[in-house]
Design a protein around this ligand. Structure first.
Ligand SMILES: O=C(O)C(=O)C[C@]1(C(=O)O)C=C[C@@H](O)C=C1
Length: 390
C-alpha cells in the first residue's frame, strides 16, 4: 500500500453561527500511523476510552465508585450515597464523561502558550478558549509548540488563518514537524487600533510598527497616512516598542488592550480594511481527544499525491461521494523534494513542485462515512502518501 503515514486530527465542528458568536470549541483529534491498519488503531483508541470508564448513561447503568470491591455496588445517587458520604469522600472520585471530555472548561489550572507578548491577539484567543487560564508568552511559534511538548504548558493557541490575510503557512509547516494534536479551534474578531504616544495625532506619524499580518489587514489606512511600515514579531511587541522608545512620530497597530498595557493612546479604532476581520486559531495539545458522534466534528488530514491528471480531483471525490463537506484545503510545497524533473534525460524543461495537501473535512472519524472515505483515499492506486510525519 502506498500510503505510509498521515497526520489526522479531529475537532467538533464549529458551525458558522457559532464562529460568529465567538464560541470556542474543544475538539477531538487523532494522529496515527496509517501504514498497517488504521481501523484497528481507531478501534483500539475507542475501546480504550470505554475501558477507562466513560460514565454509562441510562437507568440500567449507574456509575460506580472505583477503587474497591465493595465500593462497586455503591450508587452515587439516592439514599445509599447520603448514608455513606464519609466513606465515599475517602475513595477516589470515579471518572465521569466530563472528566474525560476535552471540552473547553474555564481554563483554571490550564497553562496556555501563545506567540507574542501580553496584549497580543493570540493571548486574547487563548483567553477566549480558556477564560481563566494562565497565558504563557513565547517569542516565536515554534517555542509554543516546544513548550507543550516539554510539558511546560498544557496547550498552545496559534493562528492558522485570517479572513483577509489567508493562511499562516508557518504554522501549517510546524504542525508536521511536531507531534502535537489539534484539540480545538477558536475564532477571534480582530479589531486593530492605531496607537501612539500620549498626545500624538495620527497625522504626525511617519512610521508604524506592527505584525506583517496586521499590515495586510490595515492596508487602506496605512496607504492613506503614507507611513513607513516597520515589521515586528507581534502586535503587542510593536506597542511595547513604541512605548519604550518614546519616539513621537512612530505609531503601532495593536489591540486596545495593548494600548492600556503599554500606556499608549488609541489614535484610531477598528482600522482594519474589512470590518469582519477574523483570525482562526488552533488549540494544540500533547494528547488527542476521542472523536464521537455526539456533535459535529471536523477532521484534518494531510497527504501528498503522485503527479498526474485529475489526481487531486479524485482524492477530493472520496469525500463528495459520501456527502462530506470540505471546510478548508491548503497546499504547501513538499520541501524534501521541491522539484521534480519530469524528463529522464534531465533535458526536459518541465519541473513540478510536489505538494502536501491539508484538508479539513466536516465529519468525525467515529462515523463510518469518514472511515470509508479515508480507506478509499488510501487504496486508490493513484496516490502516493508520503511519510509526512518524518
Ligand atoms: O501579533 C499578534 O497580536 C498576534 O497574535 C499574531 C496575529 C497573526 O499572526 O495573525 C494574530 C492575529 C492577527 O491576525 C494579527 C496577528
Amino acid at each position: 500500500m502506498a500510503l505510509k503515514a498521515a497526520f489526522i486530527s479531529e475537532a467538533p465542528q464549529l458551525g458558522v453561527v457559532k464562529f460568529q458568536s465567538g464560541n470556542s470549541k474543544v475538539v477531538v483529534n487523532l494522529r496515527f500511523e496509517i501504514e498497517k491498519c488504521r481501523k484497528w488503531e481507531l478501534c483500539c483508541r475507542l475501546g480504550g476510552l470505554a475501558q477507562r470508564g466513560t460514565t454509562p448513561v441510562g437507568d440500567d447503568k449507574k456509575p460506580t465508585v472505583a477503587g474497591g470491591a465493595e465500593s462497586s455496588s455503591v450508587s452515587i445517587d439516592g439514599v445509599q450515597e447520603n448514608e455513606s458520604k464519609g466513606f465515599l469522600s475517602l475513595l477516589p472520585k470515579p471518572l465521569s464523561a466530563t472528566d474525560l471530555s476535552s471540552s473547553p472548561n474555564d481554563g483554571s489550572n490550564v497553562r496556555v502558550a501563545y506567540q507574542g507578548l501580553p496584549g497580543a491577539y493570540s493571548e486574547e484567543a487563548a483567553l477566549k478558549a480558556y477564560p481563566n487560564c494562565e497565558t504563557v508568552p513565547c517569542d516565536e511559534f515554534e517555542a509554543a509548540f516546544k513548550a507543550v511538548e516539554l510539558w511546560i504548558v498544557d496547550k498552545a493557541v496559534l493562528p492558522i488563518e485570517n479572513s483577509v490575510g489567508g493562511s499562516i503557512h508557518r504554522n501549517y509547516d510546524l504542525l508536521l514537524r511536531h507531534r502535537l494534536h489539534i484539540v480545538g479551534e477558536v475564532q477571534l474578531q480582530v479589531n486593530h487600533c492605531l496607537l501612539g504616544l500620549p498626545g500624538v495625532r495620527k497625522e504626525e506619524l511617519k512610521r508604524v510598527v506592527s505584525h506583517p499580518q496586521a499590515f495586510g489587514q490595515c492596508d487602506k489606512i496605512l496607504t492613506k497616512l503614507d507611513v513607513i511600515r516597520v515589521g515586528s514579531p507581534d502586535t503587542a511587541g510593536a506597542a511595547k516598542d513604541v512605548s519604550s522608545k518614546g519616539v513621537r512620530d512612530t505609531g503601532a497597530i495593536a489591540s486596545a488592550r495593548a494600548a492600556k498595557l503599554y500606556g499608549l493612546d488609541v489614535l484610531a479604532e477598528r482600522i482594519q480594511d474589512d470590518e469582519e476581520n477574523i483570525t482562526r486559531f488552533l488549540i494544540l495539545a500533547r494528547e488527542p481527544i476521542i472523536a464521537g458522534t455526539d456533535r459535529l466534528y471536523k477532521t484534518s488530514i494531510v497527504f501528498s499525491l503522485e503527479e498526474g491528471p485529475g489526481v487531486l480531483f479524485k482524492a477530493l471525490a472520496v469525500f463528495s461521494l459520501r456527502n462530506i463537506n470540505l471546510a478548508k484545503i491548503e497546499s504547501r510545497p513538499l520541501k524534501q523534494r521541491p522539484l521534480r524533473i519530469v524528463d529522464d534525460s534531465n533535458e526536459g524543461s518541465a519541473k513540478y513542485f510536489d505538494y502536501l495537501f491539508y484538508i479539513d473535512f466536516e465529519a468525525s472519524m467515529a462515523e463510518p462515512r469518514a472511515q470509508f472515505a479515508l480507506g478509499h483515499l488510501q487504496v486508490s492506486p493513484s496516490y502516493l502518501m508520503d511519510n509526512v510525519l518524518q
